[in-house]
Design a binder for this molecule. Structure first.
Ligand SMILES: [Mg+2]
Length: 349
């Protein structure tokens, strides 16, 4: 068995180097991903980990005809379960991952392999599983989602608070120096909406990086005014992307999603049943406004079963977290690991 993987690592320029396979992964590969008779999964983030983020807006297919296809499909054929946990929206993941994957499998006459795939989107707020014909299990998706449904009363308060924060932000924008208005001539905000029943969204477009904590302060101040500061214990307010502020159930994170996947696969929580998780956001830091932030893959470190492999572009970002394995940079590195697994796992009996 190979004991190292040749992975691309970006330091200053793109170099390829061999990375020693950690003992936990070596044993897993040696046992064909079986621990106590249960098959462990391959688990991973999506964007910039399994595939490159699309640089253009044309939802191009991320999987079809790319390099990731061959080891991924081959590992599915070897009956390896796949757990994907992404921060992206469901529609985006469908367009760029599950639809193309279904197409590839349909052409090979092996649509049933879709049953080995579970995809969590919106950082774990939504779960997609598939039947033997490769169809999305809509009922299962709804059942999973319903546990995060925001009660009507709280949803109303949160929408109101976000609306006021949006107005305050808008007024401040109107009063801001011309430079800001020149820089963002198309600034706008839309009324907050309750999305998926489990999320309240406020769109501020664009929301400049340096303005982000200001918008959050408006929201927190409004919650205090409304004597509903308690809502911060139940809900997390965060930036959902470049232009949205999302309010969602605090339980929703990648660890919650992984634990749900483990329950489905029959994996008990603990270090006895470990499996790899690949992610590109294992960084912790302080932003310009002094707020600490943690990449959305950091939550997975709470799950003792996870063998965390970081494919952060900047491999220096994971310094100081001994548990996290530096696994090379970007999707190319993840694919190199997938290929390593594929080369070392026997074909299904
Ligand atoms: Mg990521």
């Amino acid at each position: 068995m190979q004991t190292s993987v040749l992975v691309p690592v970006v330091v200053q320029k793109r170099v390829k180097k061999r990375v020693r396979v950690p003992q936990a992964i070596l044993s897993l590969v040696k046992s064909n991903f079986f621990v106590s008779g249960v098959r462990m999964p391959f688990s991973s983030d999506f964007d910039d980990t399994l595939v490159s983020s699309p640089t253009d807006k044309s939802k191009r297919l991320a999987l079809n005809g790319t390099e990731v296809e061959s080891p991924l499909v081959s590992l599915l054929e070897k009956r390896l379960p796949f757990v994907i946990v992404s921060g992206s929206r469901k529609s985006d993941i469908q367009a760029r991952f599950t639809d193309p994957l279904r197409e590839v499998l349909a052409n090979r006459g092996s649509l049933a392999l879709m049953q080995q795939v579970v995809v969590y989107t919106n950082v774990g707020a939504i779960r997609c599983t598939f039947d033997a014909e490769g169809r999305l299990d809509e009922a299962g998706c709804e059942a999973y989602k319903s546990q995060f449904k925001i009660p009507e009363e709280e949803g109303g308060v949160l929408s109101e608070v976000l609306k006021e924060a949006g107005h305050e932000y808008w007024q401040r924008f109107q009063a801001a120096q011309t430079s800001f208005r020149e820089e963002y001539p198309s600034f706008s905000f839309s009324e907050p909406v309750v999305a998926n029943q489990g999320e309240v969204k406020l769109t501020l477009s664009p929301l400049p990086q340096r303005e982000r904590s200001l918008a959050l302060r408006f929201i927190e101040a409004r919650l205090k005014d409304a004597r509903r500061h308690d809502l911060l214990f139940t809900f997390r307010i965060e930036f959902g992307g470049r232009s949205t502020i999302d309010v969602l159930d605090r339980r929703i994170n990648k660890a919650f999603a992984l634990r749900d996947a483990m329950a489905r696969l029959g994996i008990f929580e603990g270090e006895e049943m470990q499996f790899p998780y690949f992610g590109d956001s294992f960084e912790i830091g302080v932003d310009q406004s002094g707020r600490t932030f943690a990449g959305n893959d950091i939550a997975t470190l709470d799950v003792p079963n996870v063998i965390p492999i970081a494919v952060n572009l900047n491999q220096g970002n994971i310094a100081g977290r001994p548990k996290v394995i530096a696994g090379g940079s970007g999707p190319e590195a993840t694919i190199a690991w997938l290929r390593y697994f594929d080369q070392n796992l026997p074909n299904a009996a």
